[in-house]
Design a binder for this molecule. Structure first.
Ligand code: SF4
Ligand code: SF4
Length: 420
């Protein structure tokens, strides 16, 4: 098979020893029971195409896009198959072959290129959404919409007020004895929907003795573009961030979004050696605080918490113990276990928009286990997971609030500050 990505796809398929250890962790295999919807089945299919034994057609396109890209199979695989980059490359080749076409693809590309990656347009669109939500036009329209559209509109989080969406200061000093200087990657969606989490991240880093700088010219990380096979555009965005973070006067680039962190950490995959200048310095905020040693908060947060692993943190970056260790250091918090915390929640970038039925089935499993644990909080460190879990928890009538771990840390520091 010819095409830019086929040699790399083929090379990855050869690593598979067909042991099947990945099958039971794969959400799409668990739901369908079909070999072709498993990691091993997808590898078979792609290898057959690479060896010109099968044509690149509808079945392979369907299975490649039915995959959530959660990378649970990578963690389970004893043979080190790089499934995530293999499936992204396969999607790029599928799109190039013209197997995906029509208005849905055009809308997806325009939204990801022209809206998500364009801060001004994104901010304008979200301001409009806020107006719609404040006038409750979304609720009025919901009654007129077909069920599928109603479900989609329920996924949209409430847009926070303008005060929470303002850019954060370019520089925040360290509190107490200075331990270092870090740069914060703020993301594209995070400032619009989760500005409070970015602000909490800055405060927590500052309270831990780190100066925080926010390079202005940074932009979207390109994760959603890469996951949907738009690798050329993802590379353009990666180059912009390479330049934005080129200054060498900070110890690490900190992220609070697992999906962005995974993609920036793997820039070598897309940019070769030049990507190392950024990827080698990328750290998830929980991983970073755990490594440097958290200044223990003195304030209490009396509550039970289920930590739920974002796929791109646990499988993409192999960070699982650090967030739990941080939460355990907050006085008053009882960490409560729930079933299969490392299983996907079904958000998977824009998967919950493009594959509603599978996304819901995957989310339902998660909600059952969270419902059985019945915590006060569900903590997870990725914007897509936060949106998906918040919408699912509300629909299922669970009482838990869904938060980012740094919000709980921030609350613990702040409650002590108020008491003092
Ligand atoms: S990435 Fe996730 S959904 Fe895709 S094959 Fe692997 S385990 Fe299954
Ligand atoms: S666990 Fe790895 S080697 Fe085994 S079947 Fe799955 S992808 Fe192949």
């Amino acid at each position: 098979m010819t095409g830019e990505h086929w040699p790399a796809i083929y090379e990855r398929t050869l690593d598979c020893v067909h042991c099947g250890l990945c099958l039971q962790v794969c959400p799409t295999y668990r739901e369908t029971g079909r070999e072709s919807s498993s990691p091993r089945g997808r590898i078979y299919l792609l290898r057959a195409v690479a060896e010109n034994r099968a044509a690149l057609g509808e079945v392979i396109s369907h299975e490649a896009y039915l995959c959530l890209g959660c990378r649970a199979c990578e963690t389970a695989c004893p043979s080190g198959v790089k499934f995530g980059s293999m499936i992204e490359r396969a999607r790029a080749e599928i799109d190039r072959s013209g197997l995906r076409r029509g208005w849905a693809l055009r809308l997806e590309r325009w939204t990801l290129r022209g809206l998500v990656a364009n801060p001004r347009r994104l901010s304008l669109a979200i301001s409009l959404l806020r107006v719609v939500q404040r006038l409750q036009l979304d609720r009025l329209a919901a009654g007129l919409l077909p069920e599928a559209w109603r479900e989609l509109s329920a996924l949209a989080p409430r847009v926070p007020p303008a005060a929470e969406r303002r850019p954060l200061p370019a520089f925040t000093p360290a509190l107490g004895e200075k331990r270092g200087r870090v740069a914060l990657f703020v993301g594209c969606v995070m400032p619009e929907f989760f500005g409070a989490i970015n602000a909490a991240t800055v405060r927590v880093l500052s309270r831990n003795g780190f100066e925080v700088v926010i390079p202005e010219s940074q932009g979207c990380c390109g994760a959603l573009h890469a996951h949907t096979g738009d690798l050329d555009f993802a590379r353009q965005l990666a180059r912009r961030n390479l330049e934005a973070f080129a200054a060498a006067d900070f110890d690490a680039v900190i992220l609070n979004s697992a999906g962005c962190g995974a993609v920036l950490r793997e820039l070598r995959e897309w940019l070769g050696g030049e990507g190392a200048a950024l990827s080698d310095r990328v750290r998830d905020v929980c991983e970073f605080l755990d490594t440097v040693g958290l200044r223990p908060p003195e304030g209490r947060v009396e509550s039970t918490v289920c930590y739920d692993d974002p796929c791109h943190l646990v499988h993409g970056q192999r960070v699982d113990a650090a967030p739990r260790r941080l939460l355990e250091q907050i006085p008053g918090i009882e960490l409560r276990a729930h079933d299969d915390p490392a299983a996907c929640c079904g958000a998977a970038g824009i998967y919950n928009l493009t594959h509603r039925a599978m996304s819901r089935a995957v989310l339902d499993r998660k909600l059952q286990s969270l419902g059985a644990a019945d915590p006060d909080y569900v903590a997870s460190g990725n914007p897509g997971c936060l949106m998906q879990l918040r919408s699912g928890v509300a629909a299922a009538g669970l009482r838990a609030a869904v938060v980012h771990p740094v919000e709980l840390l921030d609350r613990a520091y702040a409650s002590r500050a108020v008491e003092a």
